[in-house]
Design a protein around this ligand. Structure first.
Ligand code: ADP
Length: 303
């Protein structure tokens, strides 16, 4: 089983001829409302790949909250662990994309900032030694830490995608990292967490293990990924694809990695599947809409 504790947003996207400068008004296309947020994306990614997936998140008591609930239900994610926070707006990401694919994003966390440990009362009962808990950093760090502690008590593994990484990195991160089994970061996050300037990703992955995680995975975009564990460091080549939109590649990677680990596969196999799912997500527009199903992934890996 995969248990995700994280953010749920409604993404409001609009295409514009050029990004507005301060004070400027630009006319855009019709607005598109889509479910998003790293927690929601990663839960949907794991679910589409066939994992028994539960999602703990908070939405507001507004229309967007109802939209988010409906979208998750349509993906087969039970609403049981979605908390509705009264008087607070659902998290929203305002995304503006120009014709060159450049974007600006404003995130209003709303109810995600109110996902406190009270909302995790049912979490311990969902965790056992074969469960994989998946966390990101779009909810309060204290809630991530509480969730990770529950997982430790249950003997479940903890996967932390340390994104987005706050600047500066808060002191609580050091405590959280000691409760993590598999840390997943991209290049920028790896550099800031380690605090050393280097492009030796293998050394960096191995070095991040000294912060607590038994294993560390650094995703390298079109150059694949590298993982370090007690056995050593392994580089994974990217699957060659014609990328059209890299949004959601990281979430696709994390969801697939978690689903694979929950399925009993080894870390190298899980990273390999993550790379395949990440690559596949770049071949389609959008974030959640681009996440592959199990059939998509099997077909892709067979070619
Ligand atoms: P993030 O979006 O979090 O920065 P990455 O860009 O590193 O994450 O992408 C996550 C994973 O998706 C990578 O490790 C890689 O396996 C895959 N991926 C991303 N971009 C490409 C690409 N252009 N071609 C092939 N695989 C890709």
């Amino acid at each position: 089983r995969v248990v995700v504790v994280g953010s749920a947003n409604l993404d409001l996207g609009v295409a514009v001829p050029h990004l507005p400068t301060p004070g400027e008004t630009v006319l855009g296309d019709e607005v598109a409302a889509r479910p998003g947020g790293k927690g929601s994306n990663q839960a949907v990614a794991a679910r589409r790949l066939g994992a028994d997936t539960l999602f703990f998140a908070a939405v507001g008591d507004d229309r967007f909250g109802a939209d988010v609930r409906a979208a998750l239900a349509a993906e087969g994610l039970p609403p049981d662990h979605l908390t509705t926070v009264a008087g607070i707006a659902t998290g929203v990401a305002l995304i503006v994309v120009d014709t060159a694919g450049e974007n600006t994003v404003v995130v209003a966390p709303g109810a995600n900032a109110r996902l406190t440990d009270d909302a995790l009362a049912a979490l311990p009962a969902t965790l056992s030694s074969d469960a994989v808990l998946v966390l990101q950093l779009e909810i309060p760090l204290a809630t991530c830490l509480a969730a990770a502690r529950h997982a430790r008590d249950a003997g479940a593994r903890v996967v932390l995608n340390a994104a987005p990484l706050p600047d500066p990195v808060p002191p609580t991160m050091a405590t959280l990292l000691r409760h993590v089994d598999v840390l997943v970061v991209n290049e920028g996050e790896a550099l800031r967490l380690a605090g050393v300037p280097t492009t030796d990703w293998a050394a960096l992955a191995a070095g991040l293990r000294t912060h607590g995680p038994a294993a560390c995975v650094i995703t390298l975009g079109e150059r694949g990924a590298v993982h370090a564990d007690a056995v050593g460091v392994t580089a994974h080549a990217a699957f060659p694809v014609d990328a059209v939109d890299t949004t959601g590649a990281g979430d696709s990677f994390v969801g697939a990695l978690a689903a694979s680990l929950a399925d009993g596969q080894s870390l190298p196999e899980a990273v390999h599947r993550g790379c395949a799912a990440g690559a596949l997500a770049t071949t389609r527009m959008g974030a959640q809409s681009a996440l592959p199903t199990r059939a998509d992934l099997d077909r892709f890996r067979a070619t």
